[in-house]
Design a protein around this ligand. Structure first.
Ligand code: MG
Length: 417
């Protein structure tokens, strides 16, 4: 490989900059609860000054680590970590071909780590660097799921009692598989979209009669129906006043959002599978959704997510960043910074961190009263205990059972997730 392929020319202003230099970049893989998390650490020539970022693409963790350690790290040594925009823009095109979840997650780990360093140098939390807070704490939505509508309703009432105002509701589909809920007793593996559609309509009819009209209800379709079925579901659920309907269509079927918009006013959230501005830009600028909910490491980290949030704000679209268990506490802290600083914040998905996460990641964000609470710690505010992280190594080989398994219809045909 020729030298210009591993190391692009340095920017002309580098010699005049602060003197802080990147001396090392590496990934750390840890699986405190069995799910592999990918963290990038960027070290500098200043004693004690380093940054941490989330690069978690758990299904392809080693591929991300290889991109960071083998391809991106050599380009970063000697750079001033303050030059975030120039560094991530340069890295983005440094393979010529770009985008995709592996490359974007690798970029995200570096991007967030550089923001973490910038905050530590400034002595300010990242949400201060983004313009300061717009709210005291970040309202969360939580998950209720059950084998039938009664069980879901009971769980929603428990969450309301615990201080939550937004609840995502998923239910088992009798006889078949489902997404986001335990399977009903005796159910098979087959995915039956017609049975799913009937069950979900029944679920929300029951919920509104049992839990009232004040609680905000969410449902995740997870792209598992044909587009016309998604249009009809959005129309049928309009009467139940959802906070939003999530991912009604797959990224390949975004044009169908226009049909949903023209036929009903059910709010739409979409985006956790997006990896490219070509996917998310038209959804925002044509106002085809109400909430953009990308997985921020999958689009490249905090920098592109903040730009997307600002774009969305000018089009009246709010944010609802994806916040599942396969985002490290550092990634959740990045979501928290965006949520706190974003005037067009909509809602944040909750993940309840395990005790092991809190120990491995000191400074792990705090959840109280249905809210995520910020700290005043500089940077992203979350550290990594590497010695402890090493006690939770990822499985040596990816276990087949941990691969994402798409559902199959009754005739055996694959159903997109
Ligand atoms: Mg989802």
């Amino acid at each position: 490989m020729s030298s210009h392929e591993t190391r692009p020319p340095e920017p002309p202003w580098l010699e005049e900059s602060s003197g802080v230099r990147i001396t090392g970049v590496r990934t750390i893989l840890t699986a405190p609860t069995g799910t592999t998390l990918v963290v990038v650490r960027v070290d500098t020539n200043q004693p004690g000054l380093y940054g941490l970022g989330c690069a978690t693409f758990t299904q392809r963790a080693k591929a991300v680590a290889t991109v960071v350690d083998e391809y991106l790290a050599p380009q970063l040594i000697g750079r001033d970590p303050a030059d975030i925009t120039d560094i991530v823009s340069t890295l983005h095109v440094s393979g010529y071909w770009r985008s995709g979840p592996v490359l974007n997650n690798a970029l995200s780990g570096i991007d967030m780590a550089l923001w973490d360093i910038k905050g530590k140098v400034a002595g300010l939390p990242v949400w201060q660097l983004l313009g300061g807070r717009c709210r005291t704490a970040v309202p969360l939505y939580t998950h209720a799921a059950g084998v039938d509508a009664e069980e879901v309703a009971d769980e929603v009432l428990e969450w309301i009692e615990a201080g939550y105002k937004h609840v995502r509701c998923q239910v088992a589909v009798p006889g078949g598989s489902t997404y986001g809920a335990p399977a009903a007793a005796g159910s098979g593996d087959a995915w039956d979209p017609r049975a799913y559609l009937r069950t979900v309509r029944g679920l929300f009819e029951h919920l509104r009669s049992e839990v009232g009209s004040e609680v905000e209800l969410i449902h995740d379709v997870h792209e598992r129906v044909h587009p016309t079925e998604a249009v009809r579901l959005a129309k049928d659920l309009e009467q139940y006043d959802l906070f939003y309907l999530e991912d009604p269509v797959a990224p390949e079927d975004l044009d169908w959002l226009r049909a949903i918009r023209s036929q009903c006013a059910t709010p739409i959230a979409i985006g956790e599978l997006f990896v490219n501005p070509a996917e998310y830009r038209p959804v925002v600028t044509e106002r085809l959704c109400d909430f953009i909910r990308v997985h921020i490491s999958a689009i490249g980290g905090l920098t592109p997510a903040w730009r997307l949030a600002n774009l969305a704000e000018t089009f009246g679209v709010r944010t609802a960043w994806h916040g599942p268990g396969d985002v490290s506490p550092i990634g959740h802290a990045a979501n928290l910074a965006l949520d706190l600083a974003g005037p067009n914040f909509g809602i944040q998905e909750q993940h309840l961190f395990a005790e092991q996460h809190r120990e491995v990641f000191p400074g792990c964000p705090e959840i109280r009263d249905g809210h995520l609470w910020p700290s005043d710690a500089p940077g992203l505010g979350v550290d990594l205990d590497e010695a402890l992280a090493a006690k939770f190594p990822p499985a040596a080989k990816a276990e087949p059972g941990r691969a994402w398994r798409p559902p199959r219809r009754g005739d055996g045909a694959l159903q997109r997730p």
